[in-house]
Design a protein around this ligand. Structure first.
Ligand code: NAD
Length: 504
């Protein structure tokens, strides 16, 4: 990466933020422009409460403009029918440009949603660049298939781009999640319309200019900022959109399936919420490592992570020692000014979201769970309304609200289990099925448990590891899609079967 940790540590990010002048308009058909209505919405820095910028609030007409431009670009074929190696070269340039602009992207992420600048620089932007490079590289490595039919026929199974892909993304990893959607879609030859979250639109808007500079033809990549029930809904209902790739809440995922049914039965791939179990059995191979993983797995990114291990299930013999260490470690996690390089825990994405998280904490207390951490005076460098200290609840039953609902904040529910079987039963007793972790020194036991866990991901003696090479996604209310890896192409391509009669 172009950003070296030492340079990042020395940089005065507050000063950089004060002179930042982010783009605020929609990017449609290769040009920036305001919403046709002239409407805007404010995007707010949650750490200070100040308005960063007023952003174009796209409505149905703007969405239609973007889909029409995307369709025209797809039909023209300059991108869709280009040699895969040519698309690869453009996407690699795109990745180079994002990387060269890493500091601006990191600053936009931190200002827009409150995450520490050290995370934006060392995690978010590099992950987005790696994702784009990986799918760029995959562009000319995809082969079609020939079916084993009888000898008088040739049956080819071709992977074809769907046409226009709509990507609707949330605010917790704005750039990374956007890239996870757009990189495979563009690599496969589609046109894309991206709808960022209204809480974090700035990095997506910046991508438009770099896509053009990289050589993407006009209309192939479009960005329509706006609020979900207007811009997002219009996109999901649009007859010109062939596939919808979504990351966000289960509630909105359900709406999107309905919109697809009411319109053109577009393909819908969903990455939704989670309430993942982290099971620590008494034969855990390394308690200190498991404690640190449990804490970071639940509290990193202020707990605003879909696959966070928010239900910590402890087998009784290990419970007390584990909890004691976990509480001691968690008390050292202090939120602070996201723009200071030493800050490890930032602001919640908005004061309104923080209020929702506080409401869940109140329910935990009200339903009889024992709060072990999270209280304390206001902390410097962060608006009190947007600040939540990492909070651990013990004595949680799996029936309590804080064990059933996705809080999407730094709140960890600790549930006791008598043995392995009870731990598995508790883990599976959830509407969600995104991820689960198991800690045991007995690998064959771990692999047997893995088979019984009803989730899209399982970690053994680790949590929240991932890589662009490994599919990511859930089951049940956590969704149906798989992002990352070559399997991501299934969300944005069709399989076309082509028969040729060879008998003549
Ligand atoms: P959200 O569902 O409220 O919003 C996600 C996106 O959908 C935003 O762009 C929003 O504007 C849009 N939207 C909202 N209403 C819409 C509508 N009626 N029609 C069309 N679009 C609409 O989610 P959020 O609050 O931005 O993000 C948090 C949620 O995202 C959590 O539930 C979290 O678990 C989930 N998430 C899941 C994953 C995953 O990969 N499984 C990753 C990150 C976040």
């Amino acid at each position: 990466m172009t950003v070296h940790p030492q340079a990042a540590a020395c940089k005065n990010w507050r000063e950089a933020a004060s002179v930042l002048n982010p783009g605020t308009q929609a990017f449609i058909d290769g040009e920036y422009r305001p919403a046709r209505s002239g409407a805007t919405f404010p995007t707010v820095n949650p750490a200070t409460g100040s308005i960063i910028a007023h952003v174009a609030a796209c409505g149905a007409t703007d969405v239609d403009d973007a889909v029409v431009a995307a369709t025209r670009a797809f039909s023209a074929g300059h991108w869709a029918n280009a040699a895969p190696a040519a698309r690869k070269a453009v996407l690699q340039r795109f990745a180079d440009l994002v990387e060269a602009d890493a500091e601006s992207f990191a600053l936009l992420e931190t200002l827009d949603m409150g995450k520490p600048i050290r995370d934006s620089l060392s995690i978010d932007v590099p992950a987005a660049v790696r994702c784009l490079r990986w799918f760029a590289e995959a562009t000319d490595k995809l082969y079609d298939e020939i079916a084993p039919t009888h000898g008088d026929a040739l049956a080819m199974i071709r992977r074809t781009p769907v046409g226009v892909v709509a990507a609707i993304v949330p605010w917790n990893f704005p750039l990374v999640t956007a890239m996870t959607k757009i990189a495979p879609a563009l690599a496969a030859g589609n046109s894309v319309v991206l709808k960022p979250s209204e809480l974090s639109p700035l990095s997506a808007i910046r991508l438009g200019q770099l896509a053009s500079e990289a050589g993407l033809p006009n209309g192939v990549f479009n960005v329509v900022p706006g609020v979900g029930p207007e811009a997002g809904k219009a996109l999901a209902l649009h007859e010109g959109v062939a596939a919808l790739s979504f990351t966000g809440s289960t509630a909105v995922g359900k709406l999107l399936m309905g919109y697809a049914g009411r319109s053109n039965l577009k393909k819908v791939s969903l990455e939704c919420g989670g309430k993942s179990a982290n099971i620590v059995l008494a034969d855990c191979p390394d308690i200190d490592r498991a404690v640190e993983a449990a804490a970071m797995g639940a509290f990193h990114n202020q707990g605003q992570i879909c696959n966070a291990g928010t239900r910590l299930i402890l087998e009784r013999p290990i419970r007390d020692v584990f909890l004691e260490k976990l509480v001691a470690l968690t008390r050292t996690f202090l939120p602070g000014d996201p723009l200071l390089p030493e800050t490890r825990f930032g602001a919640m994405a908005s004061a309104a979201h923080a209020a929702r998280v506080r409401d869940f904490i109140g329910k935990g207390i009200g339903e009889g769970a024992q709060r072990l951490t999270g209280e304390g005076p206001a902390l410097p460098g962060i608006l009190p309304e947007s600040c939540i200290r990492p909070t651990i609840f013990a004595g949680v039953s799996n029936a309590m609200t804080i064990a059933r609902e996705e809080i999407f904040g730094p709140v960890l529910s600790v549930i006791d289990a008598a043995d392995m079987d009870e731990a598995i039963t508790i883990a599976n007793d959830s509407p969600y099925g995104l991820a689960a972790a198991i800690w045991t020194r007995n690998l064959s036991r771990a692999l047997k448990i893995e088979r019984r866990l009803d989730t899209g991901l399982v970690w053994i003696n680790t949590v929240r590891v991932g890589d662009i090479t490994v599919p990511f996604g859930g089951v049940k209310a956590s969704g149906n899609g798989r992002d990352k890896s070559l399997h991501a192409f299934d969300n944005v391509t069709h399989r076309k079967s082509v028969w040729a009669d060879l008998s003549a």
